[in-house]
Design a protein around this ligand. Structure first.
Ligand SMILES: NC(=O)c1ccc[n+]([C@@H]2O[C@H](COP(=O)([O-])OP(=O)(O)OC[C@H]3O[C@@H](n4cnc5c(N)ncnc54)[C@H](O)[C@@H]3O)[C@@H](O)[C@H]2O)c1
Length: 428
């Protein structure tokens, strides 16, 4: 079995997750280089994978300033730092595992796609949901023909109110100028999944959305700048940072992110709450991304899809698929045997489909409903030539799906309906 070597550029939450998973499969992968400015994060990778000191760097520029010394470059820096390292790594001859969004403008996505073609390299974009057992089963159901012809879908990306506050108000993705816009950063997964499930191309798109709740005028009276300053509303506020980050000792996701290191101490978390935006009143941050949005899509044969993204939810994804032979209610958060509820027009009765689709699933578990593990497995198969580009979220396919997000955002801001064909011919 061939072992692929990898370097990681940006060893934060995602970069360390992918390299951890590679470390679990030493016959398939070996991590041999890292570029990361935060010393604790760099040392985590260095020690965990035994990376040679000579292959540890504090910036992507430095690791890509020397000749190629591995098969794959994992690009897991923040959204705005995907383009340049991707282009440089492709020129050096690396294949890429590229975090989504591939890039933050349609022009930049097109540039990465074209560079990959020019250099003859493989680029897989991290649309992890495609590789989750839940969506693999859903794809199997649709392809089986059980629903007949599918002509309409309602899809809900329920971000969750606390997740919104952590990532899209206080965190990295709250402000468009620091990261990217909400639909691109959060829902490019959903837009990818919808086109993939239907196996059809979207032709026209239209969107509305705004930021209504997480605004300064909604701060409760007397709320201080920071939750650590003793807020009179602490007991009732859903977003009390002391409770979410300091008291919740098991919430490694939130604690690691706010302290910017793995397994921080209580003192380090408290310090982060006193000094970073993670401790700020959720109504007094510099966020500007929407907290709710709808997207309407028309596909090539007139199929219509209505998608809603909303912060004001418990969290999870739900999809209602309407076919000529029945309708399917899908709930990603339901127990596996209750995830797919089918009303058959023939039987005029409802049944759960789990036993019928047992052959389609797999036993992957973990982050993103198994998607992180699934994408690393798929990456191996893709590089080994066992999977074709159309079987994975390869850059050409992914960019087409990213274009939906760019076009929808254009529509939201301009109040117009956007043609995808125009977008594709302009940027791809
Ligand atoms: N596929 C998914 O489901 C998914 C989920 C979450 C995030 N993401 C995406 O993954 C990417 C990374 O997100 P994250 O949560 O890991 O962020 P993060 O902030 O935890 O990690 C980014 C890392 O890049 C490092 N970095 C900064 N400047 C650098 C430089 N010059 N050279 C090298 N490294 C540098 C930072 O220090 C940081 O450790 C983002 O684009 C994000 O949108 C994808």
């Amino acid at each position: 079995m061939k072992q692929f070597t990898a370097i990681v550029i940006g060893a934060g939450s995602r970069g360390s997750r992918y390299t951890d998973l590679m470390g679990d499969q030493p016959d398939k992968f070996k991590v041999v280089g890292v570029a990361e400015p935060i010393v604790d994060r760099l040392n985590y990778i260095k020690n965990k994978h035994g990376v040679d000191e000579a292959h540890c760097f504090d910036t992507w520029e430095k690791i890509l300033d020397i000749p190629k010394f591995a098969d794959i470059a994992i690009i897991s820096t923040m959204d705005q730092m995907h383009l340049e390292p991707s282009l440089k790594a492709l020129e050096l001859g690396y294949d890429l595992l590229l975090e989504k969004p591939a890039a933050i403008t349609p022009e930049d996505c097109g540039m990465i796609y074209k560079k990959a073609q020019e250099c003859g390299r493989k680029v897989m974009v991290c649309h992890v949901l495609r590789f989750s057992p839940y969506f693999m089963k859903l794809k199997w159901i649709l392809d089986s023909g059980l629903l007949g012809d599918v002509f309409s879908i309602e899809h809900l990306e329920a971000v969750g109110h606390v997740h919104q506050s952590h990532s899209f108000v206080r965190g990295n993705w709250g402000n468009t100028s620091r990261a990217s816009f909400m639909l691109l950063q959060k829902c490019c997964h959903d837009l990818d999944i919808l086109q993939w499930l239907l196996g059809k191309e979207c032709k026209r798109i239209q969107s509305f959305g705004s930021r209504n709740h997480f605004r300064i005028e909604n701060a409760p009276e007397g709320a201080p700048e920071r939750c650590t300053d003793g807020c009179p509303h602490a007991d009732k506020c859903y977003y009390n940072a002391v409770r979410l980050y300091y008291d919740a000792k098991n919430n490694a996701w939130f604690r690691d992110a706010c302290a910017q290191k793995p397994n921080p101490t209580d003192e380090e978390v408290w310090h982060a709450l006193e000094t970073t935006q993670y401790g700020k009143c959720v109504y007094k941050c510099d966020n500007d991304v929407v907290d709710h949005q709808t997207v309407n899509m028309e596909f090539e044969d007139g199929t219509t899809v209505a998608m809603t993204m909303s912060a004001f939810t418990r969290g999870g994804r739900k999809t209602h698929i309407m076919g000529t032979k029945g309708e399917l209610f899908c709930n990603m958060d339901a127990p596996a045997d209750k995830a797919f509820e089918f009303f058959s027009f023939d039987a005029r009765a409802t049944r759960y489909l789990d036993s019928e689709i047992a052959t389609a699933g797999d036993s992957i578990t973990g982050g993103h409903g198994g998607g992180d593990t699934g994408i690393i497995n798929a990456l191996y198969s893709y590089l080994a030539g066992e999977l074709k580009p159309e079987d994975v979220s390869e850059i050409g396919i992914s960019c087409r799906n990213h274009m939906l997000a760019f076009a929808a955002e254009d529509s939201r801001l301009s109040g117009t309906v956007i043609s995808l064909d125009d977008y594709m011919s302009k940027y791809m």
